[in-house]
Structures are given as structure tokens and as C-alpha cells.
Design a protein around this ligand. Structure first.
Ligand code: PMP
Length: 408
């Protein structure tokens, strides 16, 4: 089990070994971004030291090497999520970029006034605003799956809202704020009975559980490299070939074309049709290294270990007076939000920081969700594979200190 190797794992993350305000860093902001193992950082440096060149255009050796490494990363990602075709993997900037691309292309090709895109009440702003941005002017509305007080989706509500107006369902796999793991398998099954495609925002899931896009039968899936031990500036849009073939490209530029004239342009084949311009080559390659890293540790082991840690975190938080966990779903990921009566979330965050503990505070890019729970924000502790039970003990001690200071 992971627990036995935890010191070895931690030694692979140089950033973890530092002091903040005179205390050892305890990093519990993994839902915002994860830390990077040395192998990922090294692969960025190696690329720039040895292979740096532009991809796809060069006959020279550096370009060939860069291209091979970039395309090898695509194969790693395709295998990681079990895509049927390598060309169903589109590199982009991240989850936000991926949702925006689908929102733009899908609206452009398939949606008309009166149509609806269904999201849920727990979506990140990226999965709300993108649809408004590209749909609103056209008269494409949002339909919002409600949630229960536990922070779980109201599945009966969901089923009753599936009208012929709903043309796409775009939901998060795991809520970044509540930690709820949504029943996406069931959602996709039901959606497909109504011939509605589904986009999964896997930003919070991709580093924490195995995902098999063919088994899920999901139509679109997006995630960010930086939340899975990879670099920033790189993300993935997975889409079934049939959708990528039917949708127009989102951007024009180099690499995405076959033939250009002033009268007419034809587009390149997949995946390049959706990758205009020079991509983030080094980050894509390093994301491939992050996938290698996760595979080396083993996703099942990671999931089991994090599940254990999450159970411990929730149990310990519940021992603190006046602390209320927001989001008590049965299937809970390692992102845990809470409020403490009489204490502002940002004061708690600041006092934890003074003790070397990094958490996130605020609305977590889910303002509508805050409104539903009638709160301004939460404190969120979110776990990754390198966190330990003793770090959770320190968090609890730190929280008690902070509450003592704020209430005395
Ligand atoms: N969706 C969810 C569920 C997220 O947690 C995040 C990141 N907080 C995003 C979308 C946006 O990801 P990015 O900022 O990497 O584009």
C-alpha cells in the first residue's frame, strides 16, 4: 500500500520540503493545483536542453525529435483514459479551454434558439460562463440540475428535466467545492436513452480515479494537466471521433489546415484540425511524464489511499465544535469544504498559513453554489497522493488554534 512508501513518494516532490512561516509546509490545496514530481520538472528541462524545436513542420532532427515526443505524449494520454483512437486526444490549455472549445463548436454547429444545455448547480464557472458566452446571444439557454442539501445531484429532478430541448449535458465528475462524486455513469446512460451527448468536466477526477472513456461511453471529456501532477498551460479535450469530425474548428491558424487559398480553406485531419498554432510542446511532453508517474504509483493504490485519508479528514473535522462540512455526499472525494460559525473563511485561511498550512478559501469559482448553500465562501482542504494522516492531525491542531485566536 501507498502508506508504506509515503516518505519515498514525498521525496519525489521537492517543493514539499520547505518551511512556511517557520513551520513545515503542509500543502492541502491540491484541488487548485497539484505539486509536480521531479521527473515532470526534469522532462520540461530535458526538452529545452536537448530537443527544443517546433513540431510537425521540420525536416531537421530536432523537429523530428520534438514531434515524436509530443505525439508520444498523446499516445500516453489516449492509453491513460482508454480512448479508442489516438486522434481523439486534443491538446489545449486546460479544462477551461476545453469547455470553451466545445461550447463554441457545439453551439456553432448544432444549437439554435430555444435549445438548452443542461449543467448542474455545482458547476465551476468555466462550465457555466462558456455556455452563456457562446449560447446566450443565439437564444440557447441553460437548464440546471438541482442539488440536494447533501450536495448530491437531485437525480429525480434530472430525469424530469430531460426534454427534447436539451441538446447537450455538461457536468462535473467531481465537485471542486463539495467533493461530491457524481453518478456520471448513470447520467450518461440516461442521457443516451434520450440521444443527448454528455461532456464530463474531469478536472477534479483525473488524478484521483481510473477513467475509461469507452466504458463510460462519454462523448466529451476535459481536464487540466496541472491538477494531475503535470505542468500548467496544458490540458486535454477528449471527444469521440464522430463529434470531432462533425464540429468545425474553434481556431484558425497553422497546423489546422490542409490547403489554404484566399477563397477557401480545407482543414487538416484529426487531431490537428483542433490544434491551431504552435502548441505547448514541452508541457504536453511533461504531461506524458506525469501520466507515467501516476501509472508507476498505480491509480488503484492512489484511489484507495486517498479514500482512506478522506475518511480520516472528514472524521477529524467533525470533532471540531461549530465546524460544518458543506457537502456530505456518500461518495466523497478528497476535497472537503467547511465553514466555522463565527469565523470568516479568509481569516481561518490566513491563520492556517501562519502555521505553514495551505488551504483555499472563498467561493472556489462556484458562486451560484454558494448562493444555494446561503454562504459567502468556505475553507477547503483538498488531498493528493503525497498527503499524510499526520498532516491532517496538524490541520486539525491548526484549525483549533485559529478558532481559539478568532474567538478569544
Ligand atoms: N472545472 C473544475 C471542476 C475545476 O476544479 C477547475 C479548476 N479549479 C476548472 C474546471 C478549471 O480548470 P483550469 O483552471 O485548469 O482551466
Amino acid at each position: 500500500p501507498l502508506q508504506r512508501n509515503i516518505e519515498e513518494i514525498r521525496s519525489e516532490f521537492p517543493v514539499l520540503h520547505q518551511e512556511i512561516n517557520g513551520n513545515p509546509l503542509i500543502y492541502l490545496d491540491n484541488a487548485a493545483t497539484t505539486q509536480k514530481p521531479a521527473s515532470v520538472v526534469e522532462s520540461l528541462a530535458d526538452y529545452y536542453h536537448r530537443d527544443n524545436s517546433n513540431v510537425h513542420r521540420g525536416v531537421h532532427q530536432l523537429s523530428q525529435r520534438a514531434t515524436a515526443a509530443y505525439e508520444e505524449a498523446r499516445v500516453k494520454i489516449a492509453n491513460f483514459i482508454n480512448a479508442e483512437h489516438i486522434h481523439e486526444i486534443i491538446f489545449n490549455k486546460g479544462t477551461t479551454d476545453g469547455i470553451n472549445i466545445v461550447a463554441y463548436c457545439f453551439n456553432n454547429k448544432f444549437l439554435k434558439s430555444g435549445d438548452k444545455v443542461m449543467i448542474s448547480a455545482m458547476e465551476h464557472h468555466a462550465n457555466i460562463v462558456s455556455w452563456q458566452l457562446f449560447g446566450q446571444e443565439k437564444g440557447v439557454g441553460l437548464s440546471v440540475i438541482p442539488i440536494l442539501p447533501s450536495g448530491e445531484l437531485d437525480m429525480e429532478g434530472f430525469k424530469s428535466m430531460l426534454t427534447e430541448k436539451v441538446k447537450l449535458i455538461s457536468v462535473t465528475y467531481i465537485s471542486n467545492t463539495l467533493g461530491t462524486i457524481n453518478p456520471v455513469r448513470e447520467i450518461i446512460k440516461i442521457a443516451h436513452l434520450h440521444h443527448i451527448p454528455v461532456l464530463l468536466d474531469a478536472a477534479q477526477a483525473i488524478a484521483h480515479m481510473s477513467i475509461d472513456v469507452q466504458e463510460l461511453d462519454v462523448d466529451f471529456m476535459v481536464f487540466s494537466g496541472h491538477k494531475m501532477y503535470g505542468p500548467t498551460g496544458i490540458g486535454v479535450l477528449y471527444a469521440k471521433e464522430k463529434w470531432l469530425e462533425k464540429m468545425p474548428p474553434a481556431q484558425g491558424g497553422g497546423d489546422m489546415i490542409k490547403q489554404v487559398s484566399f477563397e477557401k480553406t480545407t482543414y487538416n485531419h484529426l487531431p490537428y484540425k483542433f490544434e491551431a498554432g504552435t502548441p505547448s510542446i514541452s508541457s504536453a511532453i511533461a504531461l506524458g511524464t506525469a501520466v507515467d508517474y501516476i501509472k508507476r504509483i498505480g491509480m488503484d493504490k492512489i484511489s484507495d489511499y486517498e479514500h482512506d485519508l478522506t475518511t480520516y479528514l472528514i472524521r477529524e473535522l467533525n470533532t471540531i465544535n461549530d465546524l460544518r462540512i458543506i457537502g456530505t455526499a456518500k461518495h466523497h472525494a478528497g476535497s472537503v469544504s467547511f465553514v466555522i460559525e463565527g469565523c470568516h473563511n479568509s481569516d481561518i485561511g490566513e491563520l492556517l498559513n501562519q502555521q505553514g498550512i495551505a488551504v483555499r478559501t472563498g467561493h472556489h469559482c462556484t458562486q451560484p453554489l454558494m448562493e444555494i448553500f446561503n454562504i459567502k465562501g468556505t475553507v477547503r482542504a483538498s488531498l493528493a497522493l503525497y498527503n499524510t494522516h499526520s498532516e491532517i492531525d496538524e490541520l486539525i491542531r491548526g484549525l483549533k488554534n485559529a478558532i481559539h485566536i478568532l474567538k478569544s
